[in-house]
Design a protein around this ligand. Structure first.
Ligand code: UT7
Length: 312
């Protein structure tokens, strides 16, 4: 089978860093509450930068890191719930700004925080039919734009950022993917532009319960499909929503906590960007070695969930 390989990654974060103490000046909260309940210490908020700027910067870095010629791309997919506009999409803006070929699909996908995983699988579909060797997959968000800064239950959780990956097919390389969805407008609901309160509304506890079921579910499906065991996986790269969710899953599966990469302390929950940001950070730190088995798993608005198991 032709597996999907990540050739290179990049990330971009807005310059402005906001601490938990800064948040406590906006709403009744504390560093202690936020850190204990979520693991988050700081997040980045856009101040002038747009979501498409972050997507562009992350994409440029991924292309540079892999020395990829944009002419070799067969698709550009941006996973996001916060595009600058409904049209043109951020992916179309990138087509122009990065000088991507005009005869390839460029489009945004809205799959909540699971967007990057869905986008990997969609990119694989384009790679299988294309004569061009690479695809560009980006997760990019400016969640501060749709955050209600009077709601302490949500505003402390989110951050802005983007992560990008150049992917290719590789003969006889490990790859499996699982995707799912269950419509639920109560767990997470984001009103569209033009509404009176165009913000993220969330039933935190409901999402928490969903997440601690969805993540192990994805992991089990992928292991079953590949005949691998938990011990065979070198790194789990989960969506970075909440430290307690990740710790809970690691404990439930009896997997050493260190195998679950965590960086929500620095960035908060960056939705579709969290997994590619984590991958780029891990690659930069030299944590990812050739041949290692990486299991990425996401969950979020929709509700949606998805996992991808691949070889580095
Ligand atoms: O990517 C999308 C995925 N989203 C998620 O994964 C979110 C999943 N859910 C969570 O992470 C957690 O449910 C939260 C972090 C959102 C909330 O943690 P919790 O332990 O479920 O808290 P809670 O909602 O049960 O609230 C407990 C208390 C409440 O006060 P009372 O009613 O007990 O007096 C809240 O009003 O904590 C209060 N509270 C806060 N207190 C200080 C809620 N937010 C805050 C806050 N600071 N920021």
């Amino acid at each position: 089978m032709k597996g999907l390989k990540i050739v290179s990654t990049g990330r971009a974060l807005p310059a402005k860093v906001v601490t938990n103490d800064d948040m406590s000046k906006l709403v009744e909260t504390s560093d202690e509450w936020i850190a204990t309940r979520t693991g988050i210490r700081t997040r980045h908020f856009c101040e002038g930068e747009k979501q498409s700027d972050l997507a562009e910067q992350a994409a440029r870095r991924a292309l540079e890191h892999g020395k990829i010629d944009p002419k070799d791309l067969c698709a550009c997919i941006v996973a996001t719930v916060t595009p600058d506009h409904s049209a043109p999409t951020s992916a179309c803006l990138l087509q122009q700004r990065l000088g991507l070929p005009e005869d390839i699909p460029c489009f945004d996908m809205n799959v909540g925080c699971t967007g990057f995983i869905y986008a990997l699988q969609v990119a694989r579909g384009f790679l299988l039919q294309s004569g061009r060797p690479h695809a560009l997959v980006i997760g990019a968000e400016s969640l501060s734009r749709i955050t209600d800064f009077t709601d302490r239950g949500t505003c402390v959780l989110f951050g802005d950022g983007a992560g990008a990956a150049v992917v290719k097919l590789e003969e006889d390389s490990l790859y499996a993917c699982t995707l799912g969805a269950r419509g639920d407008a109560e767990a997470i609901f984001i009103e569209g532009p033009g509404s009176e309160r165009p913000y993220i509304h969330m039933d935190g506890q409901k999402v928490f319960r969903f997440a601690v079921e969805a993540v192990p579910h994805c992991i089990h499906v992928l292991l079953e499909e590949t005949g691998l065991s938990l011990e065979d996986i070198d790194w789990f790269v989960p969506h970075q929503a909440n430290k307690r969710i990740i710790d809970h899953v690691a404990k439930k599966l009896k997997v050493p906590n260190e195998k679950f990469y965590q960086n929500m302390m620095h960035y908060g929950n960056t939705s579709a960007a969290s997994i590619p940001i984590a991958l780029d950070e891990m690659a930069e730190q030299g944590l990812l070695k050739q041949g290692q088995k990486i299991l990425c798993v996401g969950f979020g608005a929709g509700l949606t969930w998805g996992g991808a198991l691949l070889e580095w």
